[in-house]
Ligand binder design. Structure first.
Ligand code: BGC
Length: 831
């Protein structure tokens, strides 16, 4: 029980029905002299906006955000010393339904019932305020109790999914100032909530972080006014309007347009409509405060003078940046940053727009290391992991979503539930703070022991539900779990990783007996994986890019197997035309696995592919965020037919971490980057890359640039750190250790190194086939000089055929032919 919080909660006494108006609460109090310090502690079951003497207190949005309220309900503290006046004061708050009361989830689709998706915590909003007036010699406290009165006001509808309705004519003028006549208001009712759940807010609050002006305001073919903000965001629209009293402005939101009209299919059952009814008599500015939407476009019905989009999310500190010479890759990275921002609205969510927006464990598990590079996530993810642990303790399992709004018993699953282990581990790698592991330890061990008890006689995880390689692009549109890769192969590969991470954790925490136990378990799982899924030569059951990538990236193979597995992976990736053939489980590991096994070139080709589905395809289609499916928008501009298609899911954006670790080349050797490795790997298509990372020790910068046959590498590391530097493409393969400060190296590139002309006569023809521009040019040479050769056919039959082998097989090769091929290969790459 937290001694700090002595107030109780209050709720509205006026009759409420689901989706009724938001209660306004108020009370007056008298102060003899100005206190030395006044602090207002605020929270709610719902979304709270506190006021003191007519002034909005603090700048939090959607406060207190969403946590596992029964276990952990954060209380914000605001310094209000300057707002308290000698004499009569008024304290007030509006409480919207938010996550505690309103509709969250989609359970009612399968469990019909009027309110199946509502009332996850309570059936009405409740308020907690504690105002501490510190006079130096004594303290007085004003608490939420029956001295508060309540009434409804202008906030008529306040659903997170469906939007806000505000009737300005109903706003009780001056309701949060002293002297307001509240004789018509009813006394607030005490409301019971376990005070042990109250904790001081530790994570950054949600705030209104940025405003975007429209990039276009157009009239749609059907005559509607559509505002394009140029960026898919989470937030809301603020507008200024002038009109007569009672006139309503309606704002609809969408992520995409189809045929110039709003397409709301990606919102599923979330209405996302805000409505403002004018007071009349002058310009009125309004922005909803009890809802948020995922949108780029707004359709506005009604008069407006000015309009802006307000970006709303957890106000974290940015810590990671990456840029490079290919703007499309830069855009892929920028889109990932936006999807992270849009999905860190208190809880790390899957998506911000549809009837979901939940803390899906798998999504943040995939994205965790990327998130920790880009922003300081100790607050938000630390809080979320505490929620996960609290719910796991109560339920006996890790729910699929945290906080658990689905309420269905869950079996342990790979990539989803094992976030309990891999997310604290990822945070430990980033921040080097063993306290993170200590806090999560019971949760980590709880998850692994649960799975351990389910292993079969062969030591394999071979039963129970698995999401598997979720959203494999080759899975049917209506069954995202039907991936090419065996779901238990995925499960056992992930289990090998989590048991190893847990064994390491136990060692770090000095839990010797556990360290032995989990090391032995990790060995057993790895051995079982190899027995069941690999051949001694390095083939994998299933022959999919996900299977190979996981086995390689998680270190499950011996060196001989790994080398051959790498070659197989490279062949699979090449045969797929460098397109993506993997889902949530595999995709983040493909580029690292290719790199680790010496296939950097294939990794770069994959990065730069633009065909469907690929990393850059969405960029070519105008994406401003990462999509749930790489081809959420089809080449003809229509939306993917699957019901589950969002344009703002960060999970697959986990792939960009390879830009940080490999193209930029920064990885920690010691958790927290006290010792780090700087080993950038320039490759085809790029002439420059740079990254900046604010580690717990300070700023690290790395950049490289190639020009005129020379390369320049720069690195700077902060005091108290040390870096092992591997200089790329260096004639003597120079490796060196650097001390704090800035360093620069310039040297000649290897003879003939030309990153922009990516193909040679010895490039396999199947690689050329995936690059339409180059391949068309090559075909023209064939047609002109060798019309009798069925080259496409030959290339497919023998995958390693190159132009060189074709030329070598010809009896007489005119010089003109060889140089025609060389010129064709210089065609601007279009892949
Ligand atoms: C979510 C995903 C999530 C998945 C698991 C989806 O509806 O949006 O990102 O991980 O469900 O079932």
């Amino acid at each position: 029980m937290n001694e700090k919080y002595r107030a109780g909660f209050v709720a509205a006494s006026f009759p409420r029905r689901p989706e009724g108006p938001a209660p306004y609460f108020r009370r007056e109090f008298t102060v003899g002299r100005r206190p030395e310090r006044a602090t207002l502690h605020v929270t709610a079951l719902g979304i709270v906006e506190p006021y003191l003497n007519g002034t909005r207190v603090g700048d939090e949005a959607l406060s207190p955000g969403w946590t596992s309220y029964r276990h952990r309900l954060p209380v914000s503290a605001h310094d209000v010393t300057d707002l308290v006046e000698p004499g009569t004061n008024a304290l007030g708050a509006i409480v919207g339904e938010g996550w505690a009361v309103g509709r969250i989830g989609f359970e009612s689709l399968t469990k019909p019932g009027e309110n199946a998706d509502r009332f996850h915590y309570t059936d009405r909003p409740a308020l907690f305020l504690q105002l501490e007036l510190d006079y130096g010699d004594h303290t007085e406290t004003i608490r939420t109790d029956e001295a508060f009165t309540c009434a409804s006001g202008a906030v008529v509808g306040h659903s997170l999914y469906d939007g806000e309705t505000y009737d300005a004519r109903l706003e009780p003028e001056g309701w949060s100032t002293a002297g307001f006549d509240d004789s018509g208001w009813s006394p607030a009712e005490p409301f019971d909530w376990d005070p042990a759940a109250l904790i001081p807010r530790a994570a950054e609050p949600i705030r209104r972080v940025e405003e975007l002006s429209p990039v276009a305001v157009t009239t749609s073919p059907s005559g509607r006014t559509i505002v394009d903000f140029g960026q898919n965001i989470s937030g809301r629209v603020r507008l200024t309007t002038t009109g007569r009293a009672g006139q309503t402005v309606t704002i609809r939101h969408a992520e995409i347009l189809t045929d110039g009209e709003l397409n709301v299919r990606s919102l599923r059952r979330a209405e996302a409509v805000d409505r403002y009814t004018l007071r009349g008599g002058g310009p009125e500015t309004w922005e909803p405060r009890f809802t948020f939407h995922g949108f780029r476009y707004a359709e506005i019905d009604g008069p407006f003078d000015e309009v802006a989009a307000v970006v709303v999310h957890s106000d974290m500190r940015r810590t990671g940046w990456f840029d490079c010479s290919d703007q499309r890759v830069g855009k892929l990275h920028a889109n990932t940053v936006w999807s992270m921002r849009d999905n860190f609205v208190g809880v790390p969510t899957d998506c911000p727009q549809r009837d979901e927006r939940m803390g899906w464990t798998g999504d943040i598990n995939a994205f965790g290391p990327t998130a920790a590079f880009l922003y300081d996530v100790r607050g938000v993810l630390g809080s979320w992991l505490d929620d996960l642990a609290a719910e796991q303790r109560e339920l006996g399992y890790v729910p699929f979503v945290v906080p658990d709004a689905l309420h269905s018993p869950c079996e342990p699953t790979a990539l989803w539930a094992d976030a309990a282990v891999s997310l604290p581990w990822a945070l430990y790698q980033e921040y080097g703070d063993a306290g993170i592991l200590r806090r999560a330890y019971p949760s980590m061990t709880g998850f692994v022991r649960d799975v351990e008890a389910r292993l079969d006689a062969d030591g394999l995880w071979s039963s129970g539900f698995q999401f598997g390689d979720w959203l494999d692009p080759d899975a049917p549109a209506d069954n995202a779990a039907a991936a090419k890769t065996d779901r238990y192969l995925v499960a056992n590969a992930y289990l090998a990783r989590t048991t190893r991470e847990l064994a390491e954790t136990a060692k770090i925490l000095g839990e010797a007996a556990d360290a032995d136990h989990f090391s032995a378990l990790a060995d057993r799982v790895r051995a079982a994986f190899r027995r069941e899924y690999t051949t001694p030569g390095g083939r994998l059951a299933g022959e999919t890019a996900t299977a190979y990538s996981l086995a390689i990236a998680f270190g499950l193979l011996d060196p001989v197997q790994e080398r051959k597995a790498g070659d197989r992976l490279a062949a699979l990736v090449t045969d797929a035309g460098y397109r993506i053939s993997t889902g949530f489980a595999g995709t983040p590991h493909v580029l690292p696995a290719l790199t680790r096994t010496g296939h950097l070139e294939e990794a770069y080709r994959m990065l730069l592919q633009t065909g469907r589905p690929s990393f850059l395809y969405p960029v070519t289609m105008g994406a401003t965020t990462i999509w749930e499916r790489w081809d959420a928008l089809l080449p003809d501009g229509t939306m993917h037919p699957a019901e589950m298609t969002s344009f703002n899911h960060y999970a697959l954006g986990a792939s960009v971490h390879w830009l940080h670790t490999t193209v930029g080349g920064l990885t920690p050797i010691e958790p927290g980057y006290g010792r780090m490795r700087i080993a950038p790997r320039p490759g085809i298509g790029l002439t420059h890359a740079s990254l900046r990372h604010l580690t717990v020790h300070g700023e690290v910068t790395v950049s490289w640039k190639t020009a005129d046959g020379r390369i320049t590498v720069e690195a700077a590391i902060p005091p108290g750190t040390e870096a092992e530097v591997v200089l790329p493409l260096h004639p003597e393969a120079l490796e060196t250790v650097i001390s704090p400060g800035a360093h620069i190296w310039t040297y000649d590139l290897p003879e003939g190194y030309d990153p922009l002309h990516r193909y040679t006569l010895t490039t396999p023809i199947r690689t050329l086939l995936s690059d339409t521009g180059v391949w068309e040019a090559v075909k023209r040479v064939f047609a002109e000089h060798l019309p009798h050769l069925p080259v496409e056919h030959a290339a497919k039959a023998s995958p390693d055929t190159t132009l060189r082998t074709v030329l070598d097989r010809l009896p007489d090769v005119p010089d003109a032919l060889e140089s025609a091929f060389v010129n064709a290969l210089k065609e601007t790459p279009s892949c």
